[in-house]
Design a protein around this ligand. Structure first.
Ligand code: COA
Length: 178
């Protein structure tokens, strides 16, 4: 699914993913340590596998974007919203970590989905150790809906899966209270 440009954030803008973004994205995807908390970890990513992944969004209700800095237009990561039954599960890959771009991207996506589509709920999920992503969810108004102890094995250690969510009606209240 294509969204067109998402420009509702002061920090970042999102464009529908294009294959000319792949060369910039591959080093992040193939960085095992950086990607250790992602479901894309442990695979070898090439131009072809990435183009195939991007193509899988064409005829689906889900979204795939390249994330850019507003300041200098640089591509700094990618984001997905996997849509099923009116619920969008947001995933992030932000190559320039720790500068607030993850949170800004998460909120730009939520604003877009709740304003311009019929999505009624946004979710995010990660392992307990991935503190950065959990804070992105919590600071965007999502609440912890569940914990699945020892659900995923990363680096040969069972890890607890943290599941966050926010309904559209609660997002309106969250926005009004900011
Ligand atoms: C997880 C990820 C998206 C975070 O993006 P980011 O741009 O670094 O996040 P931000 O800079 O917006 O940080 C968000 C918050 O988390 C905090 N944070 C980030 N990394 C942290 C860490 N390792 N420990 C503690 N806090 C951390 C930040 O201080 C910030 O808190 P604040 O809003 O209170 O200041 C990014 O590191 C990433 O893409 N990782 C690889 C892929 C991945 O794991 N994706 C998540 C699963 S889909």
């Amino acid at each position: 699914m294509k969204s067109g440009a998402i420009t509702n954030s002061p920090e970042v803008f999102l464009l529908d993913f294009r294959n000319d973004m792949i060369p910039a994205v591959l080093p992040w995807l193939n960085d095992e340590k950086f990607m250790r908390f992602s479901r894309h970890a442990g695979k070898v990513h090439t131009y072809e596998t990435q183009a195939e992944y991007a193509r899988s969004f064409d005829w689906s209700p889900s979204y795939y974007w390249g994330v850019h800095k507003n300041k200098d237009l640089e591509l700094i990561g990618t984001a997905t919203a996997i849509v099923e039954d009116g619920v969008a599960d947001i995933g992030l890959l932000i190559g320039q970590s720790g500068m607030g771009y993850g949170k800004a991207t998460f909120q730009a996506i939520m604003n877009y989905l709740f304003t311009f589509t019929n999505i009624r709920k946004v979710t995010g999920g990660t392992v307990e150790e991935n503190v950065g992503f959990s804070i992105c969810c919590l600071n965007s108004g999502l609440s912890l809906e569940g914990r699945r102890p020892e659900q995923i094995v990363i680096d040969a250690r069972p890890q607890t899966l943290m599941l966050y969510g926010l309904l559209k009606r609660d997002w309106k209240q969250f926005e009004a209270s900011r």
